[in-house]
Design a protein around this ligand. Structure first.
Ligand code: SAH
Length: 351
């Protein structure tokens, strides 16, 4: 049993069931036993691999899309280049390398990162040495100026609440004790009219997830973009509106039951992009990752890089480009949401 499981079992025995959201927060960010506080989760040696860790092309294409939007909006300076949940800093390093040649871009940018884990902040500092990033404690601290924002697999790490529809209303699905172990229990029903109207017609038995902690960062970013200009590109797995129980734990690249080893496995839930758009109240574009990357020219860029490679390096490179775009890999399950100001043209990649 992990140390965190022992702590949670004792807490629940003493005080009663906890929300799925509280469980996720403990598992991911507990100061002593949280997954992101204690582990180096990314890459082949970690528990999961994200798109920017699969290939440099991913960050390059998204970085060029940001820069093109910035040019389309008249290259305003100064502006913020920000990332929420930058992990090891890999994607931002690719963005910075590829935008070096865009006149005025580096001179006008202020690099801002939002990262909860001190350990990952240290990794970002090392990766991005030379660019003087500033870490903010909350998205509210984003400077009041045009904003170019990236977030890759950030929103899936934010805690969700689960609800199940019963005959008398929505029951919160909580984590309590069953057969001496952590297990799901249902709380007393809340009247349906106290609930998100999007789910009003869902039948008995439906499970949905809501993520209220996604609202403040989206609202803060969208406010800057609405008033000052810019673009947000938000990539994650999920869909348009929450459907079902998507709480998922990954350990060593394989799924594991989400209540089994709290703190020792990564824990995520699918992102409800419709909810993000409702928080943002901005024009948006939304498409599967594979389609956006293709529209941004992933094939041409992959060809250029392939020309410099041979043998196993070439094979790995081609497999990586396929993994990012193929519908049976990340191309369909992952989506990219663009949020942009009312007066701006649609960003590149979303024609
Ligand atoms: N974007 C990176 C890392 C994704 S993992 C990549 O694609 O490889 C999720 C990232 O979000 C981690 O850096 C994690 O520490 C950070 N994170 C999770 N919850 C957070 C929160 N509430 N506030 C700030 N950062 C958070």
């Amino acid at each position: 049993m992990t140390a965190l499981k022992d702590i949670l079992l004792r807490q629940i025995r003493a005080e009663g069931p906890i929300s799925v959201a509280a469980y996720m927060s403990h598992c991911l960010l507990h100061p002593d036993h949280g997954y992101y506080t204690t582990r180096a989760p990314f890459g082949a040696g970690g528990d999961f691999v994200t798109a920017p860790e699969i290939s440099q092309i991913y960050g390059e294409l998204l970085g060029l899309a940001l820069a093109q939007s910035w040019l389309d909006q008249g290259a305003p300076r100064p502006f913020t280049l920000a990332e929420f949940g930058p992990g090891r800093g890999t994607m931002m390093a690719d963005v910075l390398r590829v935008t070096k040649g865009v006149p005025g871009f580096h001179a006008g940018m202020q690099l801002v990162l939002l990262e909860a884990s001190a350990r990952l902040q240290a990794a970002q500092k090392a990766t991005l040495a030379g660019y003087a990033p500033r870490w903010i404690a909350s998205a509210q601290d984003l400077p009041e100026q045009p904003l170019l924002l990236l977030a890759n697999e950030f929103f899936d790490a934010l805690p969700v609440y689960q609800f199940e529809r019963g005959p008398k209303g929505w029951h919160e699905r909580q984590i309590g004790i069953r057969d001496g172990d952590l297990g799901f229990v249902l709380a007393a029903p809340q009247p349906p009219d106290a609930f998100d109207p999007r789910f009003a017609l869902d039948p008995v038995g439906t499970i949905i997830e809501v993520c209220p902690t996604a609202a403040p960062p989206i609202e803060a970013a969208a406010g800057r973009i609405a008033r000052q200009g810019g673009l947000a590109l938000i990539a994650d797995y999920g869909g348009w509106r929450s459907k079902g129980d998507t709480l998922q734990a990954l350990s060593n690249h394989a799924p594991t039951p989400p209540l089994k080893d709290p703190g020792a496995a990564d824990l995520t839930a699918h992102v409800d992009f419709e909810a993000l758009v409702r928080f943002a109240r901005l024009p948006h574009a939304y498409a599967p990752q594979g389609r956006v990357l293709q529209a941004l020219g992933i094939e041409a860029r992959a060809q250029v890089l392939a020309g410099r490679l041979s043998g196993a390096a070439l094979d790995n490179h081609l497999a990586a480009a396929r993994r990012l775009t193929a519908p049976d890999e990340m191309g369909e399950l992952f989506k990219i949401l663009a949020l942009f100001p009312p007066a701006a043209p649609k960003p590149p990649g979303f024609a």
